[in-house]
Ligand binder design. Structure first.
Ligand SMILES: [Zn+2]
Length: 245
């Protein structure tokens, strides 16, 4: 059983994405076409992106699961309304934040309070880079601030390879922070490091398809994690537990 926790339904590459997921995963979480309207989507554009996720996932709702994309730079009322509608009325299983606002910004607080009430996890983009950054992009230290302010919300810091060894070490003391196996080159040593620091309970298999090759990302996990228990946790049990499946 394989659950891919980090996938996107980018329109331009959707046929290739569908094939890649058929070949590598039994079930997946779809995080949306997050750049469909550029780097700062309006509330209406967010609504369209989430409509697309619903259409893409509802045709096989026992294997395809939806995350609600939110731009925290939009009004608090619009963000909360969108999250309530998607989670309570349509069964979306997680909230996705991208590169719109560093997640240590206090503007995240009212949204995170609502997410705690909705009892769903957050999947947050995170990347340590020194060039070509979006102004609203989050570093691991931003995720640390978010997690300390909101200990009752489970947060997945996306992109283990791009957060780096330092990022893994920074989240290690925070039991409500997980990471996924996507981002950058799919080399195994950082996964071994995360296994030692976080344990397999806080690592989720995620490919970030179509941004990355799902086959190579899955190969990293299969080629690195030898324990059957750890493999099962990373490949699907943690995902099922976090999403309440
Ligand atoms: Zn992604």
């Amino acid at each position: 059983m394989i659950f891919d926790f980090h996938t996107h339904n980018f329109r331009k590459t959707l046929p290739e994405t569908v094939i890649a997921l058929e070949n590598t995963a039994d079930s997946f979480l779809c995080l949306g076409d997050v750049f469909a309207f550029g780097a700062d989507p309006s509330a209406e554009e967010i609504h369209k992106i989430n409509d697309d996720v619903l259409e893409y996932t509802s045709c096989d709702s026992s294997h395809r699961f939806a995350a609600c994309f939110i731009n925290p730079c939009n009004s608090v009322d619009s963000c909360i309304g969108e999250m309530r509608f998607r989670v309570l009325k349509q069964g979306f299983k997680a909230i996705k934040f991208e590169v719109n606002l560093p997640c240590s910004d206090p503007a995240m607080t009212p949204l995170m309070r609502e997410i705690a009430r909705l009892k769903v996890p957050v999947v947050h983009h995170c990347w340590r880079k020194s060039a070509d950054r979006c102004p609203g992009e989050s570093f691991p230290e931003d995720v640390v601030v978010l997690a300390k302010r909101n200990p009752d919300v489970n947060i997945v810091m996306a992109h283990i390879s791009s957060c780096g060894y330092l990022g893994v070490a920074q989240i290690a003391p925070l039991k409500n922070v997980y990471t996924d196996t996507s981002g950058g080159v799919p080399e195994g040593s950082i996964l071994e490091y995360a296994l030692a620091l976080l344990g397999p309970e806080r690592i989720l298999y995620g490919s970030d398809v179509p941004c990355r090759s799902a086959a190579s990302q899955l190969g990293r996990v299969l080629g690195t994690v030898k324990s059957r228990r750890a493999r099962e946790l990373i490949l699907y049990k943690n995902a099922e537990r976090l999403l309440g499946l």
